[in-house]
Write a protein that binds this ligand. Structure first.
Ligand SMILES: *Cc1c(COP(=O)(O)O)cnc(C)c1O
Length: 393
C-alpha cells in the first residue's frame, strides 16, 4: 500500500497557535483492541468447515499483543483451544487462569517437558525416546500427546510415516499417555498457487485416514492462518491460527481484504517541534539534512522499543491526521519526523506509527514491507519497554 503524503487538514491549520498538551499521550504505547481479537476469531470460525474447531496461537506473548489478554478475547470469539511454542508460555497462561485445552508446539528439553506436564498442557512428539521421556513425567492424569508428521516443512516431526505410526501406537498403548492428535505444518501456505502446499496436504490427508481407522477419536490438525483461508480441505478437526487472530494478514496484504481487523496500534507523541534551517540536520550521522526550511517533530520512541533502525528515512508517521516522513536515523530512544515548515503541531501532539488517525491508517504489513520482513516480526519485535494498554474487554 502506498501512502500519499497529505498536508495537515484545514481545521487543524486554521486553529493555529499553541495548543494545550493532550493529556492522553504516552511515550510509547501499543493499544490493543481485544474486541478486534474476539471478532477476528468469530470470523475465522465462520470460515471453518466440517465441524473444525479454532485453536488460537498465542506464542511469543500473543505475537507481541499480550498472551493472556488475547487468549481470553480469543475464547470469547469462539476459539476452544490455545497453543504456545514453549512450556513457560503454557505455565504463564495457566497462571493467568486459562484452563482450556492448551498445546505446546515446540521442542522440549526434559525440564521443559516437566513444566508442560505440570501445566496440564498437551505436547508434541515424533520419536519413541521422546514418548518414553514423557511417560516418565506423567503424574495423576495421562499426558496428552500429538504425533507430528513432517510432510515437507523440514523442521520438527518425523518425515517417516511408519515411524509416526509406531510413535502413535506406543503413545496409545501407554497407560500414562493419551494419543490426542496427529499434526503437521505447512511451509508455503501463504504462497498462493505453489505446488508444495497441495503435496503436503495430500501426504497428511493419507496419514490422517490411516490413523483415524485405528484411533477414531484423534484430533487431526495442520492449518495455520494462511492454510485456513487457502483450502477448507486443510481444516481437518482443528485449525491453529495465530497471525490472523490479531488482525494481521497471513498473505502480507491488506487485512481488511480478508475481513480482519488489526488489533494493535503503536503510538507515541511529538515531544519537541524544532525548526531546521536549510543545511541543518537531524539525528546521528546527519542522515537527514534540510534542503529547505522545515520543522522536525521529535518522537521519544526508537529501536529500544522495537521501531527498527531499518526505518531510517524509510517510514511514514501520522501526526495531525496526515502522513509525515520519518527522516534521519532511528536511534534507540528517538525518531524524527519532517512536519513541514508551517506545521500547526505543538509538543504533546499524538503520533501514530501503526494504526489509524484522522481517517488515515498505517499497517504493520506496510512497515514490514519497508523492512523487507513480515508483519509477524513487526509486532513480535515490540520490546517490553512499550506499554500495552487494553480496550474492548
Ligand atoms: C506459529 C504456528 C502456527 C500459527 O501460524 P500463523 O501463521 O501465525 O497462523 C501454527 N502452527 C504451528 C506449528 C506454529 O508454530
Amino acid at each position: 500500500m502506498s501512502t500519499p503524503r497529505t498536508a495537515p487538514d484545514e481545521a487543524v491549520l486554521a486553529s493555529g497557535g499553541p495548543k494545550p498538551e493532550p493529556e492522553k499521550v504516552e511515550r510509547a504505547v501499543a493499544r490493543i483492541d481485544l474486541g478486534a481479537v474476539t471478532r477476528n476469531c468469530a470470523h475465522l470460525r465462520s470460515l471453518l468447515t466440517g465441524g473444525a474447531e479454532l485453536c488460537a496461537v498465542v506464542k511469543a506473548d500473543g505475537y507481541g499483543h499480550g498472551a493472556t489478554q488475547c487468549a481470553r478475547a480469543a475464547l470469547r470469539g469462539g476459539a476452544t483451544w490455545l497453543a504456545v511454542a514453549t512450556a513457560r508460555e503454557a505455565e504463564e497462561l495457566r497462571a493467568g487462569g486459562l484452563d482450556c485445552r492448551l498445546l505446546v508446539l515446540g521442542a522440549l528439553t526434559p525440564e521443559d517437558a516437566a513444566t508442560a506436564v505440570a501445566a496440564s498442557a498437551e505436547v508434541v512428539a515424533w520419536r519413541e525416546d521422546l514418548v518414553e521421556r514423557l511417560a516418565g513425567m506423567a503424574r495423576a492424569a495421562p499426558v496428552r500427546v500429538h504425533v507430528k508428521l513432517d510432510t515437507g516443512m523440514g523442521r520438527l516431526g518425523t518425515g517417516d510415516r511408519e515411524e509416526a505410526a509406531r510413535v502413535a501406537a506406543r503413545v496409545a498403548a501407554h497407560p500414562r499417555l493419551g494419543l490426542a492428535g496427529v499434526m503437521s505444518h505447512f511451509a508455503t501456505a501463504d504462497e498462493l498457487g505453489d505446488e508444495h502446499f497441495p503435496a503436503q496436504l495430500r501426504s497428511f490427508t493419507a496419514f490422517v485416514e490411516e490413523m483415524r481407522a485405528l484411533y477414531p477419536d484423534l484430533v487431526a490438525h495442520a492449518a495455520n492462518s494462511a492454510a485456513t483461508y487457502r483450502d477448507p480441505a486443510a481444516h481437518f478437526d482443528l485449525v491453529r491460527c495465530g497471525v490472523a487472530v490479531y488482525g494481521l494478514d497471513p498473505f502480507q496484504s491488506d487485512p481488511a481484504e480478508r475481513d480482519l481487523e488489526p488489533a494493535l496500534a503503536l503510538e507515541s507523541y511529538v515531544a519537541e517541534v524544532k525548526p531546521l534551517a536549510t543545511g541543518q540536520s537531524a539525528g546521528y550521522g546527519r542522515r537527514f539534512v534540510a534542503s529547505e526550511p522545515t520543522c522536525i517533530g521529535v518522537l521519544p520512541i526508537g529501536y529500544g522499543d522495537g521501531v527498527r533502525r531499518g526505518l531510517t528515512n524509510n517510514a511514514e508517521v501520522l501526526v495531525g491526521g496526515g502522513f509525515h516522513p520519518l527522516v534521519g536515523t532511528v536511534s534507540m530512544d528517538n525518531i524524527t519526523v519532517d512536519l513541514g515548515p508551517d506545521t500547526p503541531a505543538r509538543p504533546g501532539e499524538p503520533a501514530v506509527l501503526i494504526g489509524a488517525q484522522g481517517g488515515e491508517r498505517l499497517t504493520a504489513e506496510e512497515m514490514a514491507r519497508r523492512l523487507d520482513t513480515i508483519n509477524y516480526e513487526v509486532t513480535c519485535g515490540l520490546s517490553p519497554r512499550v506499554a500495552r494498554t487494553y480496550a474492548g474487554e
